[in-house]
Every structure is written in C-alpha cells, then in structure tokens.
Ligand binder design. Structure first.
Ligand code: SF4
Ligand code: SF4
Length: 216
C-alpha cells in the first residue's frame, strides 16, 4: 500500500498548505520509470495514456518531500518541473519555523545520544566473560538485604545485573510468605567467579535466606 504523507506536517505547517510537488510534462516524458523507482515517497504512478504509452503520473503530490527535487534531477528528458524555490524560502520565513526546527534538532540529538549510549551498554555487557545466574529465596522484607548486597560488591571487580524480585502474592508478603530474587553475578574484569559466589552464598546464609539455584 502506498505511503500517505499528505496529512502530515512540515515543521508544524500542514503539508497541504505548501504547494511543493512535481509536475510532469506528458509530451516530454518517455516513460522510463526512473522517477517512479527513485522516489521513496510513492508520489508517482506509471500509467498508460490513451495511445498505450507509459507515462509518469503524479498520484500523491503532497507526499513529496518539501524542498526535494531529486526526480527532476534524474529525469533524462527534463520532463519534471517544480515551482520556484522561493515558495519554500517564503514558507520558512512566514511561518517562523526555526523555533520548531530547533526543538526537532534537539529531539534528534537526544535520540542519537540515546542510541549511542545503548550501543555502549550493549557492548559493555557483551564483554562480560564471567556470569553466574543465581536464585535465592526467603523473607527479604526486614533484612535490608539489597543494601547488604550493595555493600558486599562495593569496590569489587564484580557486579550484580538483571536483578528481579518475584513476589507470589502481595497479601502473602504481608503474611511473611517467602519471595524469590533472581540475579546474575558478573565480572567485568573476567575474574574467576566461583570463589566470590561462595562468599555470596555465605552472606545469603547469614541472612537466613536460602540459596535455591546457581548456574553459569
Ligand atoms: S523520469 Fe522523466 S521521463 Fe522517466 S518516467 Fe519519470 S518523468 Fe517520465
Ligand atoms: S522531489 Fe523527491 S520526494 Fe518529491 S517526488 Fe521527487 S523524489 Fe519524490
């Protein structure tokens, strides 16, 4: 299905208020279809005229990207024309679009930064060579076990990631039903992990919690 940009906005201006779109000279058009395959916005269709000749037809004019004129540049017979560029420049001035453009630019930069940060985090996780999945259970409520866990790994070449807390029922929690904690013990520096896991196991025991399962 053809894309429809006709009801979109161009930097806050309804697209249909900007008369920027191609016009095809049917006599000059040789039906090469280059405009049709070049345009990524489904502006054109190729039709057969009453003599059975292939011709480019501007089917979705307001799908055209304001300011673009690529199809006119590539048309081998110069059959495609656009209005004067003054239309675009005057629209920019009349509608004072630059406040809106700065907001869009900031959003774009934020998105680029966010994607870069995410890649960095993913790369960092990918470098982790040592990893052990651990499940413990018990009554966590009054033990401040998370704080103890934080203190335990502080200044160590290890980290705890993907920590999840599972509570079977909230009512059960107030009645001291056990909860489960799943997490992964990792080493960023590729340290051997088994001995540290053993110490962690002792911490779990000291806090009257149960080490259910662990595997690498
Ligand atoms: S590129 Fe030009 S000649 Fe070719 S189909 Fe389009 S309008 Fe016609
Ligand atoms: S100017 Fe660009 S967006 Fe508009 S019809 Fe041509 S190729 Fe498509």
């Amino acid at each position: 299905m053809a894309k429809d940009f006709s009801n979109s906005q161009w930097h806050g201006i309804p697209r249909q208020e900007i008369p920027w779109y191609p016009v095809v000279d049917e006599v000059a058009c040789i039906g090469c279809e280059l405009c049709y395959v070049t345009c990524g916005r489904d502006v054109y269709e190729i039709i057969l005229n009453d003599k059975g000749h292939r011709k480019a037809d501007v089917n979705n004019p307001y799908n055209c990207m304001v300011g673009c004129s690529t199809c006119a540049t590539v048309c081998p017979t110069k059959a495609i024309s656009f209005p004067s560029r003054d239309i675009v420049w005057n629209t920019e001035k009349e509608h004072k679009i630059f406040k809106q453009v700065h907001l869009e630019a900031k959003a774009k930069r934020d998105k680029v930064t966010m994607i870069a940060d995410r890649h960095k985090a993913e790369e960092s996780i990918a470098t982790i060579q040592t990893r052990m999945k651990i499940r413990i259970a018990g009554l966590f409520g009054e033990k401040q076990f998370l704080s103890k866990l934080q203190a335990f790994i502080k200044n160590q070449p290890y980290d705890i990631v993907n920590l999840e807390f599972h509570v079977a029922t909230l009512q059960g929690l107030s009645e001291n039903a056990p909860a489960y904690m799943d997490f992964e013990l990792t080493s960023m520096q590729q340290e051997e992990i088994t001995q540290f896991a053993q110490k962690l196991r002792e911490l779990v025991k000291e806090n009257n919690l149960v080490w259910i399962d662990s595997h690498v």
